[in-house]
Every structure is written in structure tokens, then in C-alpha cells.
Design a protein around this ligand. Sequence first.
Ligand code: FE2
Length: 342
Amino acid sequence: MAKHNDPQPLEGPLLWKASDYPDDRSWVRPFEAPMLAEIEAAAQHIQNGKISPEHIRGEDIAMPLTDNFLRDAYADLETGPGFAVLSGIPVEAWGLEISRAALCAIGTRFGRINVQNRERDYLLDVINKSVELSKTFRGYHGNHHLDFHNDGANTAALLCMETAAQGGESLIVSAATLYNHILEKRPDLLPTLLRGFQHHRRNQREAEDPVVTPYRAPVFSFINGVFHSCYSRISIESTREEGIAFEDRDVEALDYLDALMLRPELQVKTQLREGDIQLMNNFTVLHARTAYVDKPGKPRHLLRLWLDDPASRYNGPNKMDFYVPEESRFLQTIGYDSFAAE
Ligand SMILES: [Fe+2]
């Protein structure tokens, strides 16, 4: 019989798997023409005013015909499955600058446009510059495979400007589905994942700051009763080189989780097309990317925002804490005091 304090399985729309989102894209939501006209006007306003992304305020942008549509997508992130794909931004017709401003205008409906790295990028170009993923370089400037992980801030928004010649599939899994599976099949591994791991900060730090986080970020946590996840195997694994020791049980839990995420029946494929916007709740959805090959002279190109939303019920450990701690709402309002590493 279950004891009162035994962890209980999660319920509700956060639980999904591949079969819930068929490859026919029937679940993708297209922008309608009147919305696009309004978004283009908002983007022109941003461009004409030379308003940089960090200074764009949602209240200064009127999109009355689009707001209900975006509110539905917000509900998908906040109280639904944790992700949404919107389609039909005419990126070729609009060109790069208007498309950038359009993504920012849309992004304001999901949170404040936040910085994404120590180089102070607020609107990042995810494009192959042949940078190998490593403990010192992050994944957005290479064309290699990226393992499942969460990004920083509440929401990651990706606008596809140009697809790859081959590969570059975006894969997502439900953290709640992973949690329930482990609770059912390997509850012995759960305490390790709830305790969490230190992360390598991948040189996203000031010289005087520690190389690895002085705290453990739980892979799964319940903050104010709300389920959160935070994971990146490479930034956990890289701490070994800085002398962080791993018990056999730690490795077993990480390997089990990695193997689980690789099961095709759990992975939703969201191969992005030009003009698609993928939105993900970074606390409930993990994402990966397959390796890709660029088209000659036309590299795969995504625009990325990280959006921080103080109105969200999600506020947990995330990559902002590791890379740009002074911008982390979690560190400033809740923090890791109860997760301190020994
Ligand atoms: Fe990512």
C-alpha cells in the first residue's frame, strides 16, 4: 500500500508521447492572413524605431487580431502539453530584419526577452559556424547532434528561417512522461534525480566565479508543488574534469534517463519548416536535435529567444542560473539553498 509521502504519478496534459502528435502536422497551428498583416506592422514599428530586443515591451505593441491565437499557445505552454508549433510566417517575403522583429513582437506575449549567454545575445542566430560542442562551447553554433536538454528561462522560441539540406530534426520529450516512467519502473533511481547534479558552466562565467555550479540542480523537482525538470548530460558530465565525483548510482540514473529519452515512442518530431515557430516550456519539455548538413550557400538558420515570464507558475532551476546568474529569476526569488552540494 502506498504511504502518504510516497511520490505519486503526475497526471494531466503534460503527459504525452509520439503517437499523440502525428507527423502529418495536423496539430500545428497556422497564422491567418489578418494576423500576419498585424504582426508585420508591429515588426515595422520595432524596426522603424530601432528598438533592440531587450527594450521591446509587449504593452507597446498592439496585435488585437493575433492576441487570442497567441493566448491559446501560451495556455499550451503553461497548462497544456508544454509546447506549441505555429506556422506560416512568410520569412522569405519579409526578409531577415522584419522576421527578427516579428519574432520579438510575438515573443512578448510569452514573457520578457531575456539574455541567453554571457556575450549578451538577446536574439540568437542558431546557425552552423563549425564550432564543436564541448564543455566550453554551447550547441547553437555547430551542426552536430544535440542530446536532450532544456534551455534557460521559461520559454524558448525558435523561428525557422532556413531548413537544412538533410537532418536537423527537432525532437522533444515530455519530462512528466519520463518522471512517471521512472517512478513506475525504477523508483530506486528517483532520489538521485530529485537530488540532482552540479553543472559545468562552460566558461559562461566571470573569472572569479566557480567553474562548476556550487549547487546541484535537480533533474526533477517540485517547486511550490509544481513539477519542473532541468537536464543537460554534457554539462553534468563535464564536471568530472573539474574533480566532481560520481557514484555508480549517479551514472546508472543518468544512463537510464538518457536511454529512456532515446525511445522513439516517446519522441515527438517537430521537423521545422521555413516560417514555423516552435515554443517550448523549458521546465516541462526537453529537446534534442539531429545532426544536419547545410544547403550549399544557404545554411540552416533559426532565430531563438529565451523568454522569462514572472506571471508563470513555473520558476525553477534552469540554464540561466548556470550561465547568466545575475539574470536568473529563480536564483533571485527562490534559489538553491535547499539544494546545496556537499
Ligand atoms: Fe536547446
